[in-house]
Design a protein around this ligand. Structure first.
Ligand SMILES: Cc1ncc(COP(=O)(O)O)c(C=O)c1O
Length: 473
């Protein structure tokens, strides 16, 4: 494809994306594809001869669209959002266009330096502790996901707790890790991957609001110490996946400080709320943490993937991750004057993801970002108040920000049927969890273009679906 042909087809792709957003509400939000249906529509073998770009784009529309769940629909209320915005999409396009690989500072200085700068901007924007700034002993890096941030934090914690010997000799089975019973499954996965072993993961009980009980954590640490274990890592969650519970970071941090345990704070979705001063209470005590992450790719209008991971002591992370083969040696690295992000995560190669963050932050401005976050929280709070006013429904957990967990007062089966009925209708998509053993509906407001009319309509549909279920019961 020549640059002139690219210019032509590239414009067609941009037009296609713009049209997609204009018509997005006309598609069923959750894909109705049956297992295997999309593959069955594709040719068995790759084409021997190249095809026209027009034909390829036509097939996106015809074959791929029906197999998509429309995460960018304003009627998408499932899981946590993975929102995006046009400035972000353009940043991603430019990153693809430039095609640079920023594993070392030397392989594209702008890729590293813009990233360091954006992560420092975000420390100010979210009012994170200054120790996470690159100008101190710490610093931030873009990871693909919160899962990998937690994994890297745990690896560094493991090394620190074993005086950097487990990288050399492996684990001795004594290290233990703590998180709440409501923590994301990525913590369990990380414990398995780093060789600590699932038996050495302690799931600490939660209070009535589903937040970790610090007294239970302290008691478990005492028991483990008495049995000869080495407590090495605690993960506190700011905004649990199930119900958006906020672990008390300060109380947990004080316990970690006493025992010199690495504290990681996973604020995957909810961290973005700290753009607004009125929500910064969620980070109370964060200065006691050794590491922290949040995902602009969830709620900060930046398309997947983009997780911001911060450490207070970058030397511990780099010492854990660094391996320097001859073919990567270069003068800039040896000068010690640059950051080589390859030493801050598992993989070597890395994309130029800071571009999309830069575009998003500059396009919206901090005020614009705050405005949209506040709007989402207001909409969720409005929904929570409607739930409370309706005697057929109850809130299943506090709704501190943009997630509302609720249920019809009848039984699990009815709630399941309400959800299935709504998702099959195609007009919205919501998911469930289980709280206090009961089936619970979750509505998370976070797609960039969700407005009051979408939330209002969702709530009306929930009530109608409940009535429908009761009529057919
Ligand atoms: C609290 C929390 N942590 C971690 C994750 C995993 O996110 P990622 O897909 O970025 O690994 C999620 C996903 O929803 C989450 O809610």
């Amino acid at each position: 494809m020549t640059p002139e042909e690219f210019r032509l087809h590239g414009k067609a792709v941009v037009d296609w994306i713009a049209d997609y957003y204009k018509r997005i509400e006309s598609y069923p939000v959750m894909s109705r594809a049956k297992p295997g249906e999309i593959r069955a529509s594709l040719p068995n073998n790759a084409p021997q001869k190249g095809e026209t770009f027009d034909a390829i784009l036509r097939d996106v529309e015809k074959l791929i669209l029906p197999g998509l769940t429309h995460w960018q629909s304003p009627n998408f209320f499932a899981f946590f959002p993975s929102n995006t915005s046009f400035p972000s999409i353009m940043g991603e396009m430019l990153s693809a266009g430039l095609g640079v690989q920023g594993m070392l500072w030397a392989t594209s200085p702008a890729c590293t330096e813009l990233e360091t700068h954006m992560l420092d901007w975000l420390v100010e924007m979210l009012d994170l502790p200054k120790k996470f700034l690159s100008t101190t002993t710490g610093g931030g890096v873009i990871q693909d996901t919160a899962s990998n941030s937690s994994l890297c934090a745990l690896l560094a914690a493991r090394e620190r707790a074993t005086n950097y010997t487990s990288n050399e000799r492996g684990c001795d089975g004594k290290l233990v890790v703590y998180t709440s019973s409501q923590a994301h499954s990525s913590i369990e996965k990380a414990v398995k991957i780093v060789g600590i072993g699932r038996e050495n993961l302690r799931l600490i009980e939660v209070d009535k609001n589903f937040a970790m009980r610090p007294e239970a954590l302290a008691a478990q640490i005492q028991r483990d110490l008495a049995e000869g274990h080495t407590p090495c890592f605690v993960c506190a969650t700011v905004g649990t996946t199930s119900s958006n519970a906020m672990d008390p970071v300060r109380a947990i941090g004080e316990i970690c400080g006493k025992h010199k345990i690495w504290l990681h704070v996973d604020a995957a979705m909810s961290g973005t709320a700290a753009l607004c001063p009125e929500f910064r209470w969620i980070h109370d005590g964060l200065e006691l943490a050794d590491s922290y992450c949040f995902n602009p790719h969830k709620w900060m209008f930046t398309n997947f993937d983009c997780d911001c991971f911060y450490v207070a002591d970058r030397a511990a992370l780099i010492r854990t991750m660094s391996v320097l083969p001859e073919y990567l040696r270069n003068k800039a690295t040896e000068s010690g004057a640059v950051i080589d992000y390859r030493d801050w995560h598992v993989q070597l190669g890395r994309r130029f993801r800071a571009l999309k963050l830069w575009f998003v932050i500059r396009h919206y401005g901090v005020e614009g970002l705050k405005h949209h976050v506040r709007r989402h929280v207001e909409l969720a709070q409005q929904l929570a108040s409607w739930v409370q006013e309706d005697s057929d429904f109850e809130l299943a957990a506090p709704a501190p920000l943009n997630l509302v967990c609720f249920r019809h007062r009848s039984d699990d089966a009815t709630n399941q049927k309400i959800m299935d009925r709504l998702n099959q209708s195609g007009t919205l998509y919501l998911t469930h969890t289980r709280l206090d053993g009961k089936f619970t509906l979750r509505v998370c407001v976070g797609q960039t273009n969700t407005e009051l009319r979408h939330v209002k309509s969702a709530w009306n549909q929930v009530r109608e679906a409940a009535k429908g279920e009761q009529r057919s019961a």
